[in-house]
Design a protein around this ligand. Structure first.
Ligand code: SF4
Ligand code: SF4
Length: 368
């Protein structure tokens, strides 16, 4: 039997708006079986970088948390710090941004625990013996939780093309060593002939790896952390990626880290994806580009591969329809359209090879 992905379209009518649809999906997807009374339930989410406005809002997370509490569990919201210098590099600064973005216990009914500790060193090693990793560092608060609800904002991504559940966990539930390993293979180069010196990449590089030298933009590859943001945001498509090794490896690494995160949570995980504000870059950036497609809706499943495949299929279908009416933005082209049909498929194929789930699924519509 194919795994089910439950889908509710965004928007609604009086008495059946997005909040009611989130409650409906929680019930239909059978998440009550996953969360037990007195569980410490980690809700893996993203609080957004300072300046980002497209993250999943507290108002949309609240019904999900309310349903977890209704099972008698004790949820906490969680995420890990990021690699580079930003507002979320350590837990103290991360909590301040979360508060600025409205993630208070009053708004979302749960406190926040930064999963990998003050400086990102609080991890548990999980033995995996896979293609890329013998052990994976999993953020301790996620490892130690009794159950896990993965709240994913579906977006594009400079490095992975499509960013869904597997990218959320593979990049956001592992320790620093894992984040470095995923970014390890990407180094950009700027094509001086295509570059119009708009300075956009220089201003937005989180590692301050880009500078102007002799009238040209220059990338210091020793400083670059391989995030792919310059590629995603360049309006002139002047940034070329030079891969160290096979581009598929980053996608496979994300799947393997996800496998380690889920290893001690068999039957105790629920996946919920928000296909609203589907921007071409993820919520780690200090801005939000215009969405690539109109708001699509919400998905719930117990299968992380099926929910990502369903979300990717739906975003690509909307993009195909949209692009008949207007030209997709440069960012949309360099993330979703460059990645979703090619490299990011490897992420899902490898996740399926690892036994995480199925790329074939049955879509069940609710809340129409
Ligand atoms: S964003 Fe693109 S066009 Fe602008 S300076 Fe950087 S490489 Fe050149
Ligand atoms: S990939 Fe681009 S934006 Fe990211 S750190 Fe390297 S130079 Fe900066």
């Amino acid at each position: 039997m194919l795994p089910k992905v439950y889908f509710a379209p965004a928007g609604g009518q009086p008495g059946r708006g997005n909040v009611e649809k989130i409650h409906m999906l929680f019930k239909e997807a059978g998440f009550a079986e996953v969360i037990h009374e007195r569980d410490l339930t980690a809700v893996k989410c993203h609080f957004g970088e300072r300046g980002c406005t497209s993250f999943v809002s507290p108002a949309l997370l609240r019904p999900l948390v309310a349903d977890i509490i209704e099972q008698g569990a004790r949820p906490f919201l969680t995420d890990t710090g990021c690699l580079y210098f930003s507002g979320r590099t350590n837990a103290r600064d991360h909590l301040i941004i979360a508060a600025e973005h409205g993630f208070s216990p009053e708004a979302v009914l749960a406190p926040i625990v930064i999963a990998d500790g003050l400086r990102g060193s609080d991890v548990k090693a999980v033995r995996l013996d896979c293609k890329h990793f013998e052990t994976v560092d999993v953020a301790a608060a996620i490892y130690d939780a009794d159950s896990l609800v993965v709240s994913t904002h579906v977006t594009g991504h400079g490095l992975t093309g499509f960013a869904g559940t597997i990218k959320n966990l593979g990049m956001g539930a592992g320790g620093r060593r894992m984040k470095l390993a995923v970014h390890d293979q990407v180094r950009p180069r700027i094509d001086a002939e295509a570059c119009d010196m708009c300075q956009g990449c220089l201003e937005n590089c989180p590692a301050q790896a880009i500078s102007e030298r002799d009238g040209k933009m220059f990338v210091d590859t020793d400083v670059c952390i391989g995030c792919g943001e310059c590629l995603a945001m360049c309006p002139s498509r002047a940034v070329r990626i030079e891969w160290r090794g096979n581009p598929s490896e980053a996608q496979e690494k994300l799947a393997e880290i996800t496998a380690a995160v889920l290893a001690n949570k068999k039957g105790r995980v629920a996946f919920f994806s928000f296909l609203v504000n589907v921007t071409p870059s993820c919520d780690c950036w200090n801005y939000s580009a215009a969405p690539s497609v109109p708001d699509i809706g919400f998905m719930a499943s117990k299968d992380p591969v099926a929910i990502d495949q369903a979300a990717s299929d739906m975003v690509m279908r909307y993009l195909a329809e949209e692009s008949q009416a207007r030209e997709p933005s440069a960012q949309t082209k360099s993330t979703f359209l460059a990645g979703a049909g090619t490299a990011s498929v490897r992420q899902l194929v490898h996740a399926q090879e690892l036994g995480l789930g199925s790329r074939e699924y049955e879509l069940v519509r609710v809340g129409d």
